[in-house]
Design a protein around this ligand. Structure first.
Ligand SMILES: [Ca+2]
Length: 433
């Protein structure tokens, strides 16, 4: 383990990033127009969990890609900038991962870490020692955004030994996102056995893009799987089609069966696993302290979105949104539509979100309840402060690392663990200095 030079106070970080958003903390901000409805100016300061915020201008100062699209409500984008007061220590736990994608903690504090293109899964000790690749993981289609993606430790791991993972599966006629589970057999040469595929995204289509692939277990023992719409037009047009899994969040039981209380069970021409529809590509998803599911989805140019996920709802892609094609061509006629949900927040320009955790630890009391999102193109750890389900503050952390952040997970002791998206990807740990 070695400490990086970059163990800096966040206030210093902000001045070192080279972006123009830094503003002295404590300066009264003229951001009243950005407060959510019903919030009095300055009311945030009464909440001891969150300290003095907002403090400054929005962290995003670049011009929007789609200026003609306006927010649906104040504070839906460019929330006031906030600054973490705790000085941060960034420690490199391990490196040498080829485009690592996900971390999951075993009960003994070792970590499972996936490598996207190679399809390899490792066990990593808290000291950074890496096991040989776990044997028995099926072959993945590792091109582009496919490969071995998320991994989770089953809720009954203590008795069953079951782990769960997502991958782009090579299939006859194309490929698709698949979820498997198996028993982890620990030891010097770890392996999995008793493998069972519990879910296959349908239909099969040939695309190496927009895989989705995050897994989230709920306290009541269900499993959410986030699914992309494959990017190519043939897939995109299915994002609001209930006959297709593309662009959906699905909810299954851990054995792959379908919960009877899913919203579209029994509906003609609808797949019973679907929980919500109208998504583009979801690589960030997490539960809050109330057990509610939130996701941040990769949007088009100018259209990354934070959404609160509610049973059976339609999140509008590709009909509504705030972005445009990367070519500059329009996608949406409008940002709002009947029966379609508004994002709680959006980014224009985008952050390229991947990985997400809602902080519940004790190591950073000022971060309680805050959202942390990995930023790929933004090369930042994005922190959001929410009140009453509205974003009231945004911060970009660790920009001095100049790394694409693929994953953020809270460790058992309350530290944040990150993966950087690189052919020499690093496993980093963030603690108070
Ligand atoms: Ca949407």
């Amino acid at each position: 383990m070695r400490s990086l030079l970059a163990s800096l106070a966040c206030t210093s970080l902000l001045t070192l990033t080279g972006t123009s958003h830094a503003q002295p903390a404590g300066k009264p901000a003229d951001q009243g127009g950005n407060l959510a409805p019903g919030q009095a100016k300055g009311s945030q300061q009464t909440d001891p969990r969150q300290g003095p915020n907002p403090t400054g201008a929005p962290v995003e100062q670049a011009p929007p890609n789609v200026p003609e699209f306006k927010p649906a409500f104040p504070g839906q984008t460019r929330a006031p900038g906030v600054q973490t007061r705790t000085a941060l220590q960034v420690t490199e736990v391990a490196s040498g991962f080829n485009k690592p994608w996900a971390i999951a903690f075993l009960p003994d504090k070792r970590m499972l870490v996936t490598e996207k293109p190679t399809g390899k899964l490792f066990i990593v000790t808290p000291e950074g020692k890496k096991s040989p690749a776990i044997a028995g993981i099926p072959k993945v289609d590792g091109r582009n955004q496919g490969g071995l993606l998320d991994v989770e430790v089953g809720p009954d791991y203590g008795t069953s030994g079951l782990i769960y993972w997502t991958y782009y599966e090579p299939r006859k006629g194309g490929n698709g996102l698949t979820v498997a589970r198996a028993k982890l057999v620990d030891g010097p040469k770890p392996k999995v056995e008793g493998l069972k595929v519990i879910f296959r995204m349908e239909p099969t289509l040939e695309s190496t893009l927009h895989a989705g692939g995050r897994l989230v277990f709920t306290p009541d023992g269900k499993l959410f799987v986030t699914l992309g719409e494959r990017s190519i037009m043939e897939g995109r047009v299915q994002a609001r089609d209930l006959k297709s899994d593309f662009g959906k969040i699905v909810r299954i039981n851990p054995d792959g069966s379908i919960p009877k209380d899913n919203p579209f069970v029994g509906q003609k021409d609808a797949r019973p696993e679907i929980w919500t529809l109208g998504h583009r590509n979801i690589l960030s998803a997490a539960l809050d302290s109330k057990g509610r599911l939130w996701e941040v989805e990769m949007g088009p140019r100018g259209g990354d979105e934070l959404n609160l996920i509610e049973r059976g709802k339609d999140y509008g892609w590709p009909t509504i949104g705030y972005g445009e094609e990367y070519s500059g061509e329009p996608i949406h006629k409008t940002t709002q539509g009947p029966g379609m949900e508004q994002p709680v927040y959006y980014w224009d320009p985008v952050i390229s979100p991947s990985g997400m955790t809602i902080y519940s630890g004790e190591l950073f009391p000022e971060w309680k309840g805050n959202f942390f999102i990995g930023g790929l193109s933004s090369a930042a750890l994005v922190r959001l402060v929410l009140e009453n389900d509205r974003v009231v503050g945004e911060e970009r952390l660790l920009m001095d690392q100049k790394a694409r952040i693929r994953e953020v997970v809270q460790g058992p002791e309350g530290a944040l663990y990150l993966l950087t998206d690189d052919s020499n990807g690093k496993l980093l740990k963030v603690t108070p200095r």
